[in-house]
Design a binder for this molecule. Structure first.
Ligand SMILES: Cc1cc2nc3c(=O)[nH]c(=O)nc-3n(C[C@H](O)[C@H](O)[C@H](O)COP(=O)(O)OP(=O)(O)OC[C@H]3O[C@@H](n4cnc5c(N)ncnc54)[C@H](O)[C@@H]3O)c2cc1C
Length: 308
């Protein structure tokens, strides 16, 4: 309930202005975001790689309605991939990129977004790595999956995301559990109506477990994006039961969340990828992280009220 209210309130320009201008916000942003520039992103990637972790970089921003902005975001990804490649960080897909379709033009038209994503896929292939299309609000899931299906003809390693909170999730997992297809499974970070989504936490968790089973039993490449200890345990058990090799699936977590667990999994021989956002447009990302964690939210609201 609190999560829904916060996600709705976050759309208010006044709240946005208050939060982005508050001095206390910076420290919290820094704990979730790698910095603002490509050199920041490369520096953090290098450190995570040195610790044995895989990386997916996200250039922050979404909901673009300006074609020039969609092109600029695409250019940023192409530049980032070239830098990562030049540093040897993309070898074997060690560092890849995550792209939000609405950041590269999905709200303009699907053709523009598909063209920009194809350019990013070509730059990723050139650097020897992959692209994953993030999942956003439910209204853009179908066009996102259609773009992914179309582009997979040329870029079979283009990954996509299923949000377990959506009622369609299990069917999507079964449809996507095809040979070699990279599918990230997450709970879902957007506030969605009952008509299309499970809204009770336990129903979302149960849906996640069903989707997990469908992906782990299939011939694709599952990417299990969660910090939830119970779901990680279920994944470990399913990997044993289904006889999956440790390099045939991966865990994923967000930068700054449960770093000790990230290292534990990597040290135990699992493929563990950290999703690393960078860039100046962090507001929507920060709000989603605060909404997931009431303890962080309370701390944040207290610091907003302080004058230091
Ligand atoms: C790699 C990755 C990629 C993602 N991509 C997408 C996407 O494309 N589309 C999308 O809608 N969502 C995406 N998400 C977000 C996801 O949908 C969830 O909103 C988010 O991961 C929280 O869910 P959870 O599975 O960690 O479970 P939760 O039940 O939210 O959390 C489980 C436990 O994790 C810890 N935890 C969770 N969040 C925080 C936090 N903010 N701060 C500190 N501790 C925390 C706590 O210990 C908590 O008890 C992604 C998540 C990850 C990890």
């Amino acid at each position: 309930m609190l999560r829904r209210v916060l996600l709705a309130a976050a759309a208010s320009p006044r709240l946005r202005q208050l939060i982005t201008a508050a001095p206390a916000t910076r420290a919290i942003v820094d704990s979730y975001v790698a910095g603002e520039t490509v050199p920041d992103a490369v520096r953090v990637t290098r450190a995570l790689r040195a610790a044995g972790l895989l990386v997916s970089l996200d250039y922050l921003g979404e909901d673009t309605k300006d074609p020039a902005q969609a092109t600029a975001v695409t250019d940023e990804y192409v530049h980032l991939l070239a830098r990562l490649g030049a540093e040897g960080l993309t070898r074997g897909g060690a560092a890849e990129v995550s792209v939000k379709p609405t950041a590269v033009g999905l709200f303009l038209d699907a053709g523009t977004a598909a063209g920009n994503i194809a350019r990013i896929c070509a730059a990723a292939a050139e650097a020897g790595t992959t692209v994953t299309l993030d999942a956003e609000e439910h209204a853009v899931i179908e066009p996102t999956l259609q773009i992914a299906a179309k582009l997979r003809a040329e870029h079979p390693d283009l990954g996509c995301v299923v949000q377990a909170c959506l009622r369609r999730a299990e069917a999507d997992c079964r449809a996507l559990a095809a040979h070699g297809v990279r599918v990230r499974l997450c709970k879902g970070a957007y506030s969605e109506p009952d008509a299309v989504a499970f809204t009770a936490r336990r129903d979302v968790d149960r849906s996640y477990a069903r989707c997990l089973r469908a992906l782990m039993n299939g011939p694709g490449y599952p990417m299990l994006a969660t910090h939830d200890p119970r779901l990680i345990q279920i994944t470990e058990s399913l990997a044993l039961l289904t006889g999956r090799a440790p390099d045939s699936f991966e865990y994923q977590m967000l930068y700054g969340i449960r770093p000790t667990e990230q290292r534990r999994l990597a040290n135990a021989g699992a493929r563990m990828r950290v999703y690393v956002p960078y860039g100046g447009d962090w507001y929507a990302y920060l709000i989603r992280r605060l909404a997931e964690r009431p303890a962080n939210l309370a701390f944040f609201l207290r610091s907003l009220g302080s004058t230091k």
